[in-house]
Design a protein. Structure first.
Length: 293
């Protein structure tokens, strides 16, 4: 997107942050608003340039090539540290860097979360067993650009509970992505996810959210997976962020283990997550880490 005045829809929430529609606010003041400058100043959101988007997309292509090969590895008897070793070596072989390694003290190159683990599972000696579900969350840095995605896989033959929570988590992400378009809001995304997941008898984790990504690992905005339609920042072309709902089969309550990273459900029931890096385009959205949902 060029750094110049951009036409804003009359019914879009005004970028000035007033909470009013543009037609009732700055449009009447006959002001020329630079969306790029306004979003950076008011929300600390960096709208990405075409060159930056190309870099993030290239990183996303690498990420998904690694993820696809991880999927072929998933089987009973596999040690979670073997997943870490593979992701680490393949990332380096491609000339990239694994973003999680040493990030705020995280000791591994990938997050691997099994069954009741909601997120940030640390790979180690734990062995995958038949009937488990396992989430693999990968974030490489390629040529200075970040892409972020995760998928939850079945290990061997899934249980009925495993099938249910993985299906609902995947569809939750799909519902969230499908709301993305210029003029929609972050609250629309959260509402779409929450209303679907809770309607299926599951719960939505609130302590961990999606986030801007691309130039850094975690940028603004925060993307909540619950909320009210029409609320929050309006989406505009050039925004890049993750949507990554964590859906629990039981209650949403959680606690973090002594390692200060691993988040688990309080009731010990299953949790599943799917995540993609999403670009807001002129007409809708594009996944920069695409896979079928």
């Amino acid at each position: 997107m060029k750094n110049k005045s951009v036409k804003i829809g009359r019914n879009t929430l005004c970028p000035c942050g007033s909470g009013q529609k543009y037609k009732n606010c700055c449009r009447n003041k006959k002001l020329k608003i630079s969306i790029r400058e306004e979003y950076k100043k008011r929300y600390d959101i960096r709208l990405k340039t075409p060159e930056e988007i190309r870099g993030i997309r290239k990183c996303g292509d690498l990420l998904m090539s690694i993820m696809d090969r991880v999927e072929t590895m998933i089987a009973p008897g596999l040690k979670t540290d073997d997943i870490n070793t593979f992701v680490h070596e393949e990332t380096l072989r491609a000339g990239a860097v694994p973003a999680p390694l040493n990030y705020r003290g995280f000791p591994k190159s990938v997050c691997v979360s099994i069954n009741e683990v909601i997120c940030h599972g640390i790979p180690g000696e734990r062995i995958l067993k038949d009937g488990d579900i396992v989430n693999v969350d990968i974030t490489p840095i390629l040529d200075g650009y970040y892409a972020d995605a995760s998928k939850t896989f079945f290990v061997g033959t899934p249980t009925p509970d495993g099938e249910k929570i993985v299906r609902i988590a995947a569809r939750s992400l799909k519902r969230g992505i499908e709301t993305v378009a210029p003029g929609a809001t972050l609250g629309d995304i959260g509402h779409a996810i929450q209303s679907y997941a809770e309607g299926e008898g599951c719960s939505v984790v609130r302590e961990f959210v999606g986030h801007g990504v691309g130039i850094d690992f975690h940028e603004q905005p925060q993307v909540l997976h619950f909320g009210s339609p029409g609320k929050g920042v309006s989406l505009v072309p050039g925004m890049v962020f993750t949507i990554e709902p964590m859906i629990n089969l039981g209650k949403r309550d959680l606690h973090v283990l002594e390692d200060q990273w691993t988040a688990v459900t309080n009731d010990g029931k299953l949790s599943a997550q799917f995540e993609q890096t999403i670009l807001v385009t002129e007409k809708g959205w594009e996944s920069l880490t695409p896979y079928a949902l």
